[in-house]
Write a protein that binds this ligand. Structure first.
Ligand SMILES: Nc1ncnc2c1ncn2[C@@H]1O[C@H](COP(=O)(O)OP(=O)(O)OP(=O)(O)O)[C@@H](O)[C@H]1O
Ligand SMILES: [Mg+2]
Length: 385
């Protein structure tokens, strides 16, 4: 987003004289375009969704059902990704508080120069925050069934959530809906098919996501095998770009096939977390897939290998695995038959059920390593700025 672009502004102001004053200041220039002036706070979310302003200017003293500062908080919570400048008077000081949706403050009286400067600056600052905290898609994939994709994806998503990332988990095993069965969700729980495909909006997400007790949101697979075909690669593109606007981390639990849908998931991912185990078929398939990825043109750095059950080599030496995949795997998760089976049977993540277990610590480390590799956190810091 070049700062030379015109900034689209939405003004929320119920005092006609103030609205008129701001209109006047903006009339004589073309850097900021005033999209509309709204006087009713309750209409703002819908309008932001429709008009897609770059910045919203809200009067702190807005009267009516929704007051100015409440509106700022609502905008922040909505995940619409728009910064707010609060307009106030010196007698009613307001401080910048990004957590409360206040990205800038402008106290009256102000000049046209003050107004423009503040708008342009807030937009620029917000773009910086958005890219450093920008969304990452991690697809958990393996070219072999039963190696732990669903188990790892679920626990990794919860661990990312605990690392302060707003996280959504997608049940990308569209035919069998592995997470549906793991979490024992009712058959009538909404799924990816309930998202409208023509024009998906952020408000639609609220009705479609499964809010898991573990604290993450889950986009479930269709409830029946044959319904998987109703999801197209084009839908995925739209759905993922929508989720990117709302979530910091998006984890996809995939099935093993290399079909159209899975290739779309992989294309759209920033990182493929590819699970390998010390098992000759898995290793054979992993090499075949590495070739396929190379042909597609994926950079080697797009894939990060995760050795699952890393403490049970079963006849194959770690060095053989390294030779086969051509590098030292980036991540390791130990085996813990009892805890994994028990947690999976209860539909709870082991990272919550037994946080001190070695396998849980491994998952937290994988989460931190992924965030560090994406430049979202420094290796030592697990929290977000
Ligand atoms: N680190 C581990 N320690 C012990 N058991 C594990 C571990 N990881 C996975 N398992 C077990 O392996 C089995 C397969 O796991 P999971 O269903 O997660 O694999 P998957 O790759 O998603 O399978 P599918 O290909 O069917 O989707 C499960 O019974 C699970 O409990
Ligand atoms: Mg699975």
């Amino acid at each position: 987003m070049a700062s030379s672009d015109q900034t689209r502004l939405l003004l929320v102001e119920d005092v006609p004289q103030v609205a008129q004053y701001i209109r006047g200041l903006l009339n004589s220039q073309s850097t900021v375009k005033l999209l509309d002036v709204l006087s009713d706070g309750s209409k703002v979310l819908a309008q932001v969704q429709q008009l897609r302003p770059d910045v919203v200017l809200v009067d702190a003293l807005l009267q009516g059902r929704i007051k100015g500062l409440v509106l700022a908080e609502q905008l922040a919570a909505s995940g619409l990704g728009v910064p707010v400048i609060v307009l106030t008077v010196p007698q009613n000081p307001v401080v910048i508080d990004v957590a409360k949706g206040i990205h800038g403050v402008l106290a009256m009286p102000f000049s046209g120069f003050d107004l423009m400067n503040r708008i342009v600056q807030v937009r620029k600052d917000f773009a910086t925050i958005s890219t450093t905290g920008s969304s990452r898609i991690y697809s958990v994939f393996a070219p072999k069934g039963g190696v732990g994709k669903t188990t790892i994806a679920f626990n990794l998503a919860v661990a990312l959530g605990q690392a302060d990332q707003r996280t959504v988990l997608i049940d990308g095993s569209l035919q069998f809906g592995d997470l549906r069965s793991l979490l024992k969700v009712p058959v009538d729980a909404p799924s990816i098919l309930d998202l409208p495909t023509d024009r998906v909006a952020e408000s639609d997400l609220q009705d479609v996501l499964w809010r898991d007790p573990s604290g993450i949101d889950i986009l479930l697979a269709p409830p029946r095998v044959e319904m998987a075909e109703m999801v197209t690669a084009r839908d995925l593109d739209k759905i993922l770009s929508l989720l990117r606007r709302v979530y910091g981390s998006i984890v996809i639990d995939m099935s093993s096939a290399l079909n159209d849908i899975n290739l779309s998931f992989l294309d759209l991912s920033d990182t493929i977390v590819e699970i390998v185990t010390y098992d000759s078929t898995t290793i054979h398939n992993t090499i075949a897939v590495a070739d396929a990825f190379r042909m597609i043109g994926y950079p080697a750095s797009k894939v990060r290998y995760l050795v699952n059950r890393a403490d049970s080599p079963g006849g194959i030496e770690p060095v053989d695995l390294e030779r086969a995949i051509g590098r030292v795997p980036e991540h390791r998760v130990v085996s813990d038959g009892l805890l994994v089976v028990q947690s999976n049977n209860e539909g709870v993540p082991f990272v919550l059920a037994n946080p001190s277990a070695a396998i849980s610590q491994d998952l937290h480390r994988v989460a931190a390593e992924l965030l560090a590799a994406s430049g979202i956190i420094r290796p030592a810091a697990a929290g977000r700025r």
